[in-house]
Design a protein around this ligand. Structure first.
Ligand code: OGA
Ligand code: MN
Length: 360
C-alpha cells in the first residue's frame, strides 16, 4: 500500500508501477532533492533546493528528472524575487516574453507574465473590465502557450501576494488521461492536429466580451497548430496535448471536431487525473510541464482580496516544440481568424528561431 507518510528522504527514489525511463534516474549518490508525492503518480512537493544562489548543474538535472516523473513540482518558500525567479528559470532554456494583451505589464521584467488580479496602477482590476474578463480564461483547463507556434515547456508560477482563502491551482495529468482512453479512441486520435487560438478560450470564458476579438488582438496572437497525441518529455509515455484554447481539429467537420474536443477535455478533467495545489506562503513556486499537464485557476474574492502571481515560461526545445504548421497546406490553416498568417516559416516572428533555441 502506498503511504504518504514515508520520510521525505526515502521518497527520492520512490518505487511505483508508473513507467519511467531508466536513463533519467539519478544515481542514489547524486540525489540531493527530496520529492514528497501529492498523489501516487502525479505532483510532488520538493525539498532540498538551496535558493540562496545559482543552482548547481546536478540540481538542475535532478529537477528535470523529477519534472519528467511528477509533471508538477511544488517548492515552498523559495525566497525568490522577480530577478532571481527569472534567473532560476533560465536554467531550463530560453524564456518567453510575456504577452500583455488587455493588461499592461506591471513588472519591469519582460519575462514575467502577470497572472494576478492587479492592474498597472497596483489596484485590483475592476470587475467586468476587459482585463478582468481576460483573466477568466485562466479558470478553464488549459496549458500555457499552446496557442504559440513555438510552445512552452515549463511554467514557473510564484506567489507574491495571496488571498486569505481560495485561489488554489488545479492540475490534470495528461499522461494518465491518455492511458485512460479506450483503445479505439486512441487509434482514432493518433494523428490528429489541433488548432489552438487564445481567443477561443477567452470567448468560452467570456462569450459576450470576446464574441469578436479586435483586429489588433487577432493579429497579435494568431492561432497555432500542434499534434494532439505526443510522446511526453519522459520519452516513454504518450500524452494528450489539448487545452481550452483548442478551437478545432484540422480536416474534421466542425460539429464532430467540437464534440471530440469537448469529450477529450471532459475526460481529462475527471477527479482521478487531478490534484489541487494550495498556495501557502509568499515565495511558494509551482513549476509544471505544459507538454503533459493542464491546469486551471480557481475562484477567490477577486474584488476584495489581492492575489499577485508572477510566471516565467520556458520555450520548449524538444521534438514537438514548433508544432506542425509547416506540414499543413494553406487550406488547412484558418486564415479567417488570423488574417496575417505566414505558413512559409515555422516560428512566429516574436519568438526565437529553432536554431537560436537549440544553440542555448
Ligand atoms: C498561469 C495560470 C493559474 C493560477 O499562470 O498560467 O493559469 O491559479 N495560473 O493563477
Ligand atoms: Mn495558465
Amino acid at each position: 500500500m502506498f503511504s504518504f507518510r514515508q520520510p521525505l528522504r526515502h521518497l527520492c527514489h520512490i518505487n511505483s508501477s508508473f513507467p519511467r525511463p531508466k536513463r533519467h534516474l539519478a544515481s542514489a549518490a547524486a540525489c540531493t532533492l527530496q520529492a514528497k508525492p501529492i498523489s501516487p503518480s502525479f505532483g510532488a512537493e520538493v525539498e532540498g533546493v538551496d535558493w540562496s544562489g545559482p543552482l548547481a548543474p546536478n540540481v538542475v538535472r535532478e529537477i528535470v528528472q523529477l519534472q519528467n516523473r511528477w509533471g508538477v513540482l511544488v517548492f515552498r518558500q523559495t525566497g525568490l524575487n522577480d530577478a532571481t525567479h527569472v534567473g532560476y528559470s533560465k536554467n531550463f532554456g530560453a524564456l518567453e516574453t510575456a504577452h500583455a494583451m488587455n493588461k499592461p505589464r506591471r513588472s519591469s521584467l519582460p519575462q514575467l507574465y502577470d497572472a494576478g488580479n492587479l492592474g498597472p496602477d497596483d489596484r485590483i482590476i475592476p470587475q467586468f473590465s476587459r482585463a478582468w474578463w481576460h483573466t477568466k480564461g485562466n479558470g478553464l483547463w488549459h496549458t500555457d502557450s499552446s496557442f504559440h507556434q513555438l510552445r512552452s515547456s515549463y511554467s514557473a508560477l510564484r506567489a507574491v501576494e495571496l488571498p486569505p482563502a481560495g485561489g488554489q491551482t488545479k492540475y490534470a495529468d495528461m499522461r494518465a488521461a491518455y492511458r485512460g482512453l479506450p483503445d479505439d479512441l486512441k487509434e482514432r486520435i493518433e494523428n490528429l492536429v489541433i488548432e489552438h487560438w487564445i481567443w477561443h478560450s477567452r470567448k468560452l470564458a467570456a462569450p459576450q466580451e470576446f464574441e469578436k476579438p479586435t483586429e489588433e488582438e487577432k493579429a497579435t496572437l494568431p492561432p497555432a497548430y500542434h499534434k494532439l497525441v505526443q510522446v511526453a518529455p519522459d520519452g516513454i509515455n504518450k500524452t494528450l496535448y489539448i487545452a481550452s484554447h483548442a478551437r478545432r481539429i484540422i480536416g474534421m467537420a466542425d460539429s464532430e471536431s467540437t464534440s471530440l474536443i469537448r469529450a477529450l477535455l471532459d475526460h481529462a478533467q475527471q477527479p482521478q487525473y487531478q490534484i489541487a495545489v494550495k498556495w501557502k506562503n509568499i515565495g511558494d513556486l509551482v513549476q509544471w510541464d505544459n507538454r503533459c499537464t493542464m491546469h486551471r485557476a480557481t475562484a477567490f474574492q477577486d474584488q476584495k482580496n489581492r492575489r499577485d502571481m508572477r510566471r516565467t515560461t520556458t520555450h520548449d526545445h524538444g521534438p514537438g516544440a514548433f508544432g506542425v504548421k509547416n506540414q499543413l497546406s494553406a487550406d488547412d490553416i484558418d486564415v479567417r481568424v488570423g488574417g496575417t498568417i505566414d505558413i512559409s516559416t515555422g516560428p512566429t516572428p516574436e519568438t526565437q528561431t529553432q536554431e537560436q533555441i537549440l544553440a542555448m
